[in-house]
Write a protein that binds this ligand. Structure first.
Ligand code: FEO
Length: 405
């Protein structure tokens, strides 16, 4: 069955021809409650150019949207800004269907695409500073290593002043409105931050270097067109500034208390710790892992100066959701956090040491050795939780005040 879908005209010469994935719930471990889009863009210049493709399963959607504008066989160039398969999955098929004059990718893009799809894939390499003439517009390239993979690059379209930024400045948000200003601001802010935290936080230093280098290319950017979620046209500088802020990760005056619990003892401790944190003048959010997942924790960690983690001891270990969240967070390598461990136990209480090890491996400064309660916390144990929370809040305020990161 042929899909009947339309392209969305973004500017005089640029159309969105991507796909909306309303069904996806997990993007390699990242919970995508609002689905996502795989964006591809069609530039209608003398050399008709397709920027990126989509995930394999969405090939027909891409073809249908292109066909609503032109016969796909009229496309002259394909640019692969990023080789991860949500953007390159149907590239080989598109090359077969379109038979373009040229396919462009960065040096690492060429290697990666060949590693994925075979050495006979015809790729022309473009590097930072290179540009190609499309007719009225030129398309200029900047390699953006590790945003999100070593092959990633930006392409800038001169006349339309449009930056195609692949994963950069994206978000997992399905929808057919193509501009961020058409969605509620709180949804956009949350999904952009969540995306940064879960996909890009590990690469904060490379992102800062890129943001520092970007002005030297003299791109006058009026629209940023990422490969996921809507485009930024109203105030593209806003999302660039958010990336700078998120990459610096200056500690915020807020804490998260993440826990899992067997018989509610660790949950009770979490509440007293949060009360103690709030008593110090720091905001706190309690995050039970029975109702939240690892990617929510990562997003909240980005926005918080402190990370307190609790688990009951189970079989001398932590509860599995805690191990899952901590291993995930360690991989994302958040910066400038303080925190401590807590939890109830029956006879041995190893969870505290395991959590301390996870926190240290995530470069979290420990504000105490951890708070334990045997079986069910009594008033003294809950007071200890409150005090540990209050002391953490005090340390966070000192740290923010002194600029000590
Ligand atoms: Fe959207 Fe790194 O792929």
């Amino acid at each position: 069955m042929k899909e009947l879908l339309n392209a969305v005209k973004l500017t005089e010469k640029v159309y969105w021809v991507g796909a909306a994935d309303w069904e996806i719930k997990s993007f390699h471990g990242y919970a995508t409650e609002r689905g996502t889009t795989y964006n591809a863009y069609l530039i209608m210049d003398k050399k008709i150019t397709l920027i990126d493709t989509v995930k394999t399963a969405f090939r027909d959607e891409l073809l249908a949207r292109i066909s609503s504008v032109i016969d796909p066989a009229q496309i002259d160039y394909i640019v692969s800004n990023h080789s991860e398969m949500d953007h390159s999955g149907c590239l080989p098929e598109m090359i077969n269907i379109i038979k373009p004059e040229k396919v462009f990718a960065s040096p690492m893009g060429e290697k990666n695409l060949k590693a994925h799809f075979g050495n006979d894939l015809p790729i022309d390499i473009v590097k930072t500073g290179d540009s190609i003439c499309l007719g009225d517009n030129t398309l200029s390239f900047v390699e953006t290593k590790m945003l999100h993979w070593p092959d990633s690059m930006f392409s800038y379209l001169s006349g339309e002043k449009m930056l195609f930024s692949q994963d950069g400045f994206g978000m997992h948000l399905a929808g057919l409105k193509r501009f961020a200003d058409e969605y509620p601001a709180d949804v956009i802010e949350w999904e952009a931050a969540k995306y940064y935290a879960n996909i890009l936080m590990l690469y904060a230093s490379q992102i800062l270097s890129l943001l520092e280098a970007l002005p030297k290319f003299n791109f006058e950017i009026t629209t940023i067109a990422p490969d996921h979620g809507p485009c930024w046209r109203k105030d593209p500088a806003w999302i660039i500034e958010q990336y700078r802020k998120w990459s610096v990760q200056k500690p915020e005056k807020s804490a998260i208390v993440v826990y899992d619990t067997m018989w509610k003892s660790t949950a009770t401790m979490a509440k007293s710790i949060a009360d103690g944190i709030i008593s110090s003048g720091v905001a706190a959010e309690v995050i039970p892992l029975q109702s939240r997942d690892r990617s929510y924790v990562a997003a909240m960690a980005l926005k918080s100066g402190a990370l307190v983690v609790g688990s009951s001891t189970l079989n001398n270990q932590v509860l599995p959701p805690i191990a899952d969240a901590m291993i995930y967070l360690k991989g994302l390598s958040p910066l400038n956090k303080i925190g401590f461990a807590f939890g109830s136990y029956g006879w041995s209480g190893e969870a505290i040491q395991h959590i301390n090890d996870y926190l240290k491996a995530t470069n979290v400064e420990l504000t105490c050795e951890g708070v334990k309660a045997k079986y069910v916390p009594d008033q003294a144990a809950l007071q200890e939780c409150f005090n540990a929370g209050a002391a953490l809040g005090k340390r966070l305020i000192e740290k923010i005040g002194s600029g000590d990161q």
